[in-house]
Design a binder for this molecule. Structure first.
Ligand SMILES: C[S@@+](CC[C@H](N)C(=O)[O-])C[C@H]1O[C@@H](n2cnc3c(N)ncnc32)[C@H](O)[C@@H]1O
Length: 223
């Protein structure tokens, strides 16, 4: 899979997403099996908003795949927090499936969603380990070492997200967070309690979204 970014363009179909992101034939097949599973399970488990199902390739798959361009090519351990229906975690696991030693740890506290994620990893043949627990209860020993990347989408506003993930970030471990239109306000709110080294990049999937890269977040005492 090509690791530099796509031109935005039309991302409405599997074929278009595969072309835009330089996805290999094997990865595309894995993504197609995963998408079919999401669509099937979504009738009984709330994985993605029903109204977004027709746009699943752009709204969910491409949205997740864009994180690959910010993921170092040497990254092996990825920690995805609040994985839900596998966005971005399962998509990233598919994207790095051909990297020797790669493993994506999916932390999801909802048991039904965790069961879905296990089935999704099996069906897609993706290197993923599912932890049906809260992130607060996860330590480095559960991940087999320090993660290279911590990812999350729609888990919590930034101040809370940093409470949950900052202990993993820094010393080369980056946070890659898919954020909505209020990212600047979230950064302002988070700056009250955190000294943050971060950058935002526009999302390829919509003008209001962004990718937030956090290189370091250190807790500060309020004055
Ligand atoms: C709004 S969903 C987002 C799911 C997915 N990342 C997405 O964008 O489609 C948030 C998910 O985080 C899970 N979650 C919330 N708090 C959590 C925690 N402290 N530890 C692990 N999972 C958590 C919820 O069960 C839920 O599935």
């Amino acid at each position: 899979m090509r690791e530099q970014g796509p031109a935005a363009g039309d991302l409405a179909t599997g074929e278009a997403v595969a072309r835009a992101f330089g996805v290999s034939r094997e990865s595309r097949e894995r993504l197609e099996r995963f998408v079919a599973l999401v669509e099937r399970w979504n009738r009984s488990v709330n994985l993605i908003g029903p109204a977004t199902v027709p746009d699943i390739w752009a709204r969910h798959v491409a949205d997740s795949l864009q994180l690959l361009r910010y993921t170092p090519s040497t990254a092996r351990i990825i920690l995805d927090v609040g994985s839900g229906g596998g966005f971005p975690g399962i998509v990233l696991a598919i994207a790095v499936a051909e990297r020797p030693g790669a493993m994506v740890h999916l932390v999801e506290s909802n048991r039904k969603k965790a069961a879905f994620l296990r089935e999704a990893a099996r069906v897609a043949g993706a290197p993923a380990t599912v932890h049906a627990r809260r992130i607060e209860d996860i330590g480095l020993e559960d991940l087999g070492g320090r993660p290279d990347v911590v990812s999350a989408r729609a888990l919590a506003p930034l101040p809370k997200l940093l409470e949950l993930t900052a202990r993993f970030i820094g010393n080369g471990t980056i946070g890659l967070f898919l954020k909505g239109q209020h990212v600047d306000n979230e950064l302002t709110d988070a700056a009250i309690s955190w000294s943050i080294d971060a950058q935002t990049h526009p999302s390829v999937t919509g003008p209001s979204g962004s990718v937030l890269i956090v290189r370091e977040a250190i807790g500060v005492q309020p004055d």
